[in-house]
Design a protein around this ligand. Structure first.
Ligand code: UD1
Length: 411
């Protein structure tokens, strides 16, 4: 429940990156030793991954933001539908299990709210590495001893790159991944794997080379800060004409987001691990086109759309990664936003004021955009189904209250 009209100001500590933590948790399956992870965000998606790993027989000891994992004795190599259907990133256990045990059975994730999201590229890559992979009763079943291969994915896929990179660490010989995703979370996973003894070169570029090793060992690793959480608070700062500093961040993972915030009229400063965003007037609308990293991230699209809703002028928001990622549009319209959708582009003309309403969250980033729009809408808004928000934001309502928002979680 949000009472709009407050200006956000102050400092907020950003948590570890969900999208780096998820594959890194899955990487624990690659070794019989302990993997000790720090700065793991407290999110429901992380709890789901921990539950999945524990269900496979791994020991998972989670305390605050530290998780200690040990996958020495797995009891099953099957990731069941019940867990996978709640979180598509569960597919990330496929590559590691197959690489270490020579077999794996993982429920096929199916579609999700933002689009079809197939995993054909993960499968194609594992087949190229010599695995026999087929689909039976809704499960991906993979078997075989992996060998290094030259793999070119049809499109840039973050999860595909991560799954194949993990699988290749224990394959026999050298694997080259071309058209690889360059996201900072891919680099973070590679750095953790390297700390575990993997031989990986080129992570962060479109070509990653992995020289397989017979086994990986344990490691202690700090998860990268969450650039999407940080970006969301910075956008909220401009929307409320506020002054917010996000701390414990990696500023260079947010270069393009900072550029867009400047374009919107924000004064943006940053140091080694902080970014400050402020503005003392209404922001200006910006044009956005989502593309793979280092371009503008699809996970920030909904939040910038919310900014455009109350900005001066008109902004065009084009989504090129997911085919159905405008589900926040009808909800923003309920607040009085002026948005028209033409195919993959939403044309948003800013209005001077939004007015509070009851809203329904539809997916993770959409839910953040609704909360942010509610912060600037007059009167009270209630955002329902915030379990979507809890998947990817660590106590967002507490962090926003700290910055002066009038927001509370109601049951
Ligand atoms: C990851 C992120 C997600 C982000 C997305 C794009 C995690 C846990 N999630 O999702 O937050 O929005 O990257 O930056 O890191 N595709 C195929 N076949 C495949 C794989 C992907 O067609 O085998 C398509 C997808 O449907 C989508 C596009 O490729 O249209 C990009 O997907 P991908 O990069 O794989 O996204 P995820 O890894 O699922």
């Amino acid at each position: 429940k949000v009472l709009g009209g407050c200006r956000l100001s102050g400092e907020v500590k950003i948590s570890g990156a969900k999208n780096a933590a998820l594959p890194i948790l899955a990487a624990s399956l690659l070794t019989a030793d302990n993997l000790v992870l720090h700065n793991v965000p407290r999110l429901s998606d992380i709890r789901t991954m921990n539950k999945l790993l524990a269900g496979l027989g791994a020991q998972v000891d989670s305390q605050d933001e530290t998780v200690i994992l040990n996958a020495k004795n797995l009891t099953t190599l099957e990731a069941p539908y019940d867990l996978v259907k709640t979180m598509r990133a569960s597919i990330l256990v496929l590559g590691p299990m197959l690489a270490r045990y020579g077999e794996a059975k993982v429920s096929l994730p199916g579609g999700c709210a933002i689009g079809a999201r197939p995993v054909d590229q993960h499968i194609k890559g594992l087949q190229a590495m010599g695995a026999e992979v087929y689909i039976e009763h809704g499960y991906v079943i993979a078997k075989g001893c992996l060998k290094g291969a030259h793999i070119v994915t049809d499109m840039v896929t973050v999860g595909g790159t991560e799954n194949l990179m993990m699988a290749a660490t224990l394959a026999e010989g050298k694997t080259v991944l071309e058209n690889a995703a360059r996201e900072p979370e891919v680099v973070d996973l590679a750095n953790c794997l390297i700390a575990m003894g993997a031989k990986i070169k080129g992570a962060g570029t479109p070509v990653i080379e992995i020289e397989g090793v017979p086994s990986l060992h344990g490691a202690e690793y700090n998860i990268l800060p969450d650039r999407i959480e940080a970006g969301s608070f910075l956008v909220a700062a401009l929307m409320t004409q506020g002054d917010v500093t996000v701390t414990h961040v990696a500023p260079h993972t947010l270069d393009i987001v900072m550029d867009k915030l400047r374009e919107a009229g924000g004064v943006i400063e940053f140091g080694d691990d902080w970014i400050r965003a402020r503005i003392d007037r209404r922001p200006k609308a910006v044009n956005i086109r989502t593309v793979p990293h280092p371009g503008f991230p699809t996970d920030m699209q909904a939040q910038f759309m919310a900014l455009n809703c109350i900005a001066e002028g008109t902004g065009r928001v084009t989504e090129t990664i997911f085919e159905n990622r405008f589900m926040h549009v009808p909800e923003l319209q309920r607040l009085g936003a002026n948005i028209s959708v033409e195919g993959h582009t939403a044309v948003v003309t800013g209005v001077e004021r939004l007015s509070g309403a009851n809203l329904m969250a539809t997916d993770l980033r959409a839910s953040a955009s609704l909360v942010m729009a509610a912060l600037v809408a007059s009167g009270t808004s209630v955002v329902d189904r915030i379990y979507h928000l809890d998947r990817g934001y660590d106590h967002m309502e507490l962090k926003l209250s700290q910055l002066g928002a009038k927001i509370e979680r109601i049951s």
